[in-house]
Design a protein around this ligand. Structure first.
Ligand code: NAD
Ligand code: ZN
Length: 351
């Protein structure tokens, strides 16, 4: 088969590789029909994720058709159309039983991390992929849900919802600010409405992204490049601050911005992946009764989100801004890598 193979920082190739095989009785092999590229894949290509080694097939998002199942797989069958979750998990370790499969202790020998696809084992940017713990890691698709909608449920929609909205304790009537209107921030905006947010404020430096956010549930937009950005946000909240501030960028400045917007009793939900420490102004925050949350997506809400997609209540196909075939996956990377110029949100790649 062919696959997108990582060959060290800055190096990748669409090349011939051996077909994946069942290793454990709980595995399934999936023919990948649709995949996409995540910002994390770009981090890997920059060399930021040293656990990814030369020869690894990238990708942790996908929709496909099962072609083979291991002996222990009973609830899935050859021919089933499935979402491949970015989190694969054993279902029975301490963290899995605590509903935190993000930290699965038994995933491919990777003690404590449920994200192994395209990281510690070969991933989904390939014609076929081996899915470990298939019954926990694959979600059967109902008729009528398109691949373009379903592929957004592998990672970005559950991430925005679980780590942004749910950790952010959004309640009916709340004012929610989302710092960063990339795919993950937009996913938080799209799902904040599920818990009844009255106002959803998109904050970004890119006016095009802010404009886009209105199609994803944002009621207001603020460009944080302007001097008065903070007052602009506070004016939308009766001056007291927002109930929930979601950080969806991953740099110290935006985390600090989120902590400056929060009202007493509110929640700062950090979603961004950080590479450096940020300043925590505890001298201002200690008295405010705020909660600060962090998290890695567990993707435990994928079945619930899938029901809403099947009912047309959520329309994540909107994320797909550019379409490619496997043969042009190198162009897909180029387009996604220059998102500010190309206005790419998610690039969808089909087999
Ligand atoms: P992205 O890079 O596509 O989007 C980031 C957005 O932030 C862009 O629109 C950019 O214009 C904006 N931005 C940059 N600097 C800014 C600033 N100073 N002020 C305001 N806006 C600014 O990223 P994404 O794919 O949407 O992912 C967002 C973050 O979520 C990343 O850090 C990613 O690694 C992380 N992530 C976390 C998890 C998790 O489980 N916690 C899962 C997936 C992704
Ligand atoms: Zn991802």
């Amino acid at each position: 088969m062919k696959a997108l193979v990582y060959h060290g920082p800055g190096q990748k190739a669409w090349q011939e590789v051996p077909d994946p095989k069942i290793i454990d009785a709980t595995d399934a092999i999936v023919a990948v029909n649709t995949t996409t590229i995540c910002g994390t894949d770009l981090h890997i290509l920059k060399g930021d994720v040293p656990a990814v080694t030369d020869g690894r097939i990238l990708g942790h998002e996908g929709v496909g058709t099962i072609t083979e199942v291991g002996q222990a797989v009973r609830k899935l069958a050859v021919g089933d159309r499935v979402i491949i979750s970015c989190i694969t998990s054993c279902g029975s370790c301490s963290y899995c039983r605590q509903q935190l499969p993000a930290h699965c202790l038994d995933d491919e020998g990777a003690s404590g991390i449920g994200w192994v696809l395209g990281h510690l084992i070969d991933g989904t940017q390939a014609e076929y992929v081996r899915a470990p713990f298939a019954e926990n890691s694959l979600h059967k698709l109902p008729q009528g849900v398109s691949d373009e909608a379903a592929v957004m449920l592998s990672d970005i929609l559950p991430t925005g919802f679980e780590i942004g909205v749910r950790n952010g304790r959004v309640k009916p009537g709340d004012v929610v600010a989302v710092v960063g209107a990339g795919p993950v921030g937009l996913a938080a905006m799209m799902t904040a409405g599920l818990y009844g947010a009255s106002r959803i404020i998109a904050i970004d430096l890119d006016d095009n992204r802010i404009q886009h956010a209105k199609d994803f549930g944002a009621t207001d937009g603020v460009n944080s490049g302007s001097a008065g950005w903070r007052d602009e946000v506070l004016a939308m909240t009766d001056g007291l601050g927002v109930d929930t501030a979601v950080e969806a960028v991953g740099v110290p400045l935006t985390f600090e911005m989120a902590t400056e917007l929060i009202r007493p009793g509110g929640t700062v939900a950090n979603v961004g992946v950080h590479g450096r420490s940020a300043e925590l102004k505890l001298q201002d925050l200690w008295i405010k009764d705020v909660a600060i949350t962090t998290g890695l997506v567990s993707a435990t809400t994928t079945p619930m989100l899938l029901k809403l997609v099947a009912q047309g209540r959520l329309t994540p196909e909107k994320f797909s801004s550019h379409r490619f075939t496997f043969g042009s996956i190198m162009d897909a990377y180029d387009t996604f890598g220059r998102a500010a110029e190309t206005k790419a949100l998610k690039v969808v790649i089909t087999g």
